[in-house]
Design a protein around this ligand. Sequence first.
Ligand SMILES: *Cc1c(COP(=O)(O)O)cnc(C)c1O
Length: 351
Amino acid sequence: MSSLPRATVHLDNIVANWRTLAALHPKANTSAVLKANAYGLGTERVAAALASAGCDTFFVAYPEEGAVVRKAVGPDPSIFILNGPAPASMHLFHAHSLIAVLNSPAQIRLWSDAGSLPCALHFNTGINRLGLPTSMPETDGDALRAMNPVLVMSHLACADEPDHELNAAQLAAFRKITDAFPGVPASLANSAGCYLGRDYGFQFTRPGIALYGGSVPPARIQLRHAVTLDAEILSVFPVKAGDRVGYGATFTAPQDMLLATVGLGYADGVLRSASNCFIGWLDGVPCPVTGRVSMDLITIDVSKAQPSAKAGVRVEFLGANAKLEDQAARANTLGYELLTGLGTRVERLYP
Ligand SMILES: *Cc1c(COP(=O)(O)O)cnc(C)c1O
C-alpha cells in the first residue's frame, strides 16, 4: 500500500444507484453517462460493472472516450457521443461503432456527407448550449427524418430546481419534437430530470451524477456513496491559542488545539475554496480544516479525535461520513466538480 491519497470506488454502490434510478422510470431504458472518466471514477471499471448489471446504453462526450467504453463493454451496447462529430474524429465513429449526437446544422452536414452511420438528433429546447433549433422539424422535417435518427433528445437547464418554469416549458417543447419523429425513441432527463416525474422519462433516461452518489434527490430516494477519498496524516502537533495556520495565516487558533497535517491538496482535487470549511473524518469524528488548502497538504483540527490522530492514519474527505454534496456545498461548489477534479495522483482502488 502506498501513502498516496486514495479514492476507493464502490462499483456495487454505483450499480445500486443505477437500479434506483431505473426504478423511477420502469417503462424507460436507463442509460449511464460516463463522460470525463466516469466523473473521475474510472471509465473502464464503471462501464464494465454497469454493463454486467444490464445497462446497454452509454453516453460520453468524446469519441475517444467512447472507444474506451467500447473496449470495456463489448460490441453490443449503444454508445452515444454527446459532443458530436468533428472532421478529425470521424474515423473513431467507424472504428468503434459509436453513435454521433448531432447538435448543429454543421454537424448534420458533416455526418450526412460521411454516409449512413446511426445518429441521434439533439434539439435545443431552452438551455442554449448545444442543440438544433426547435423550428427545424417544421422547416426541414423530411430531411431530418431521412437521417433515420435512432434517438431524439434534449437537455434540461434547471432540472435541479423542480419548481423552475423552464422545466415544464422544455417538456412541452420536447413533446412537439417527439411528435415530429413518430416511432423514434426519445430522451430528456439527466439525473435531476429523473426526479421530476414519469412525464420526463420518455424511452431513455440519461443519469450521470446520481450514479456516482451526487445530486440532491427528494428524501424518498436514497443514493449510495460511490467513492471514499482518504489521505494519510503526516504529522500531529499542538498549537497555542493565537497561533496561525497555513499560507496567508488565514486561521488563528481560538484556543490551544491539536492539529494534523494530511497529504492531500488542491493538486488532488480538494479545491482551495475548501480552505477553512471542508471537514475531514477521523474514526467517525468530524475534524474541520484549519487554514488554506495547499497543493499537497491540508491541516485539520483533531482536538476531538485525539486517540486516533497519529501519523499514517487515514482521514476521510469523501465517503459514508463526508457526504459528496455536503462537502461540495461547504466548498461552494457541486459534487460534479469535486468528482471530476479528483487528481491523477489520487490512487483509484476497486475492491
Ligand atoms: C452530462 C450530461 C448528462 C448527465 O447529467 P447529470 O446531471 O450528471 O445526470 C445528461 N445529458 C447530457 C446532454 C449531458 O451533457
